[in-house]
Write a protein of this length. Sequence first.
Lengths: 181, 431
Amino acid sequence: MTAERTKPGGRILDALLKVVDGVLYIGAAVGALSALLLAVMLIVEVITTSFFAYSQPYAVEYSGYLLLAVLFAGSGWTLSRGGHIRVDVIASLAGPAVVRLLDLLASAFALGVVGFAATALIRQAIRTAELGSRSYFPSETPLMYPQALLAAGMTLLAVAFAARIVRIVTGRAPQATPTGG
Amino acid sequence: MGAPLGLVIGLLVLLLGAGIWVGVALLSIGIISLEVFRSMRVDRFLASDLWSTSTAVELVTLPLFILMGEILYHTRLSENLFRGLAPWASRLPGRLLHVNVLGCALFAAVSGSSAATTATVGRITLKELLSRGYSRDIASGSLAGAGTLGFLIPPSIPLIVYGVVANVSILDLFLAGIVPGLALALIYIVYIGVRATLQPSLMPAPEARPSWGARMVALAHLGPVVFLILFVIGSMYGGFASVTEAGAIGVLGAFIIAVAQRTLSLASLWQALLGTVKTCAMIGLILAGALFLSKAMARLGLPVEIAAAIDALELNPYTLIALLLVFYLILGCILDGMSAIVMTLPVTLPLAVAAGFDPVWFGIFLIITVEMAQITPPIGFNLFVIKSLTGEPIGRIARNAFPFCLLMMGLVVLITLLPDIVLFLPSAAKG
């Protein structure tokens, strides 16, 4: 029996956390593809406006939507890879038990804040859907879709904080084992 | 001090000290202070603010320049830089030690990040310098100092972030960074030359000087980086692309170089895209928190309160700038530079403007202080980059970098006394 199997929750929890990591990675993949699409769209825009006197009517509007995906869709995955910045002064001075307790409290606090923001964004997307609000650009895109994407990104960040708490409470390493890049 | 200001400062110290993630801490302080002192739907205000921040067109250039740097990391640009510059640097007092500065100055013109500049240039130059017998101390110190040019010479990620938060033209900021960036590179070159002359033991015995023919041939190695600089800058000034679109052109240029050098696979492209997401998500959360907090503070009237309090001290402009320099240096010891800028800007920018400083000038001033923070312990990020390259202790690298930190402080004095060093190019561009 390995040490990992003796951790509270055992294999079922390990499997669950793996699923969560997979979902966070999907969020990062959405962000990565959005970055690629953003670059391609703007390269095409420069070429068409410079040489064919044609501008893609959706370029400005959709660059904003793609930007939000790049900034927030991978936020949960970034947390799981230790990519978000925090001040580690106390962590560098205290013992492992204190660091673990502080990490747990910080993660719980962050879950509360990010959960509040995610709920606010979900409500915003629902309100927009109910009102049928559309963008003021020629495409008249229903705004509920990009707003839902932003809400999903913030929700994934909340999920990543929840997974971090579970890992700390059950004695696992707070960050996910790197997978998928 | 009013109750709202006391709460904001108290929470800031408590939450950051407790290790709460910077972006989350800033968001929470905005939420709590509005819930306590204002009767309003904070959730709706927050959602609307997050939506406008995350779709701000001015920010679109950010992921593009980051992606360009990520793709370039997978090219042979650093090898090209060393081969192209080494024969020319060998004629200067200090010889190949200058390759760090010249390489970083050139790479900075295609990179917006000082960490990426340090890592990309350093992974070849450090190995070459150490294998030829150059002093480890000045090799790592000069790399630490020169790597920070990535922030000052455009494109620059912190300048983009500053432009968005301060509502200042990013193009003006890019132009304003050029002369101070080149001046800083020149200051480093002079320092290295003088120090190497006074301490010849820093260098190995002189090698045979390369012929003029060899030097001219070596220039060909600089082709890719020169191509990319001309590609990006030419697209902007040739009227083909806006600043935002120039980022996309940079991605295309980096992609062309990577394909031409056959260094880009699908797997490395995917790594570059994921690296972009990681950096953007980190900056995005901090920006979202900082912009929300600044709006919350505005609703609570805090910037006016702070400005009035500082105004009452009747400081002269130079004292104010000296105080701000010390303030940001201290803040830079516990916080990464960009977080320090975005979270304090709502207060410090109005102060600087009221004291007669141009917002573009103040942006460059802040970027230089961020550069200093990048190479001061305990969390100077470039120190960690060099540690990963050399395995040396952080303390030793910081000690080696200290003279370069002092030189940056000298540059701050210079641009404070002669602000036209910063403002000349943006003014000239406007005609």
